[in-house]
Design a binder for this molecule. Sequence first.
Ligand SMILES: [Zn+2]
Length: 244
Amino acid sequence: MSYTRTDLFSLAVTLFLLFYNNHPLEGKLTTSIPCLTEKLEQKLYGESPVFIWDKTDDSNRPVRGIHNNVIKRWGVFPKTLRETFLKSFSKTAMTVDADRQTRIMEIQWKKVFLEMRNTLVACPHCKSETFIDVNSSETRCMECGKTIAKPNMLQIGKEKVVLMNGVKIYASITKAGGDYREITGNIVADGSKPGLLVLQNLSKDVWVGVTRSGATKNVEPNQAIPVLQGIKIVFQGGNQAEII
Ligand SMILES: [Zn+2]
């Protein structure tokens, strides 16, 4: 399916509204006008729009007391999401003749959301859903603000999946060309040892676990592998991951 510039812009606006509950072009500039004429509307939303978080132009920043949602939420959602919106609503991308490179296509959004899903966990303190910052030694829960120490992660190439209790692993991780909707693994607590988590193999494939000493062990369907740093897993099709 091919998208026009307007389609892609509308998609980005809709996504922004969903996450931050604020229009991306509604900030100081739009609220300072008592009566929005058609001409002004055309200027602010069409001819020379300014994204409220534009990196180089702060003339349309959100206003405290009016745009509280976006002020509160902007910093707590993952960096990858912020960066993608910054690109989407950059002045270059919003110009009429923006080339294909500067536009954020549907497939790029999909990649961002899959990346975010890999870091979505239930906060161990308040049980609310929150995102783990994979590049930080600790993360503050979006809901209760308490600190969550950096958990173990499964690294496959550049991708990192947070390994915390309740996290699901999908076929897009464990199979070459696998479906991102098919669950193939699950992180659960291991009853035998307090604090130990295991990755259950919920797929029909046999995985191969490689211990830190290099010993290998088949992980059959419904068997599990301990979540311990240094363990490697070879998935179906040869995808190799390491627990870090
Ligand atoms: Zn919490």
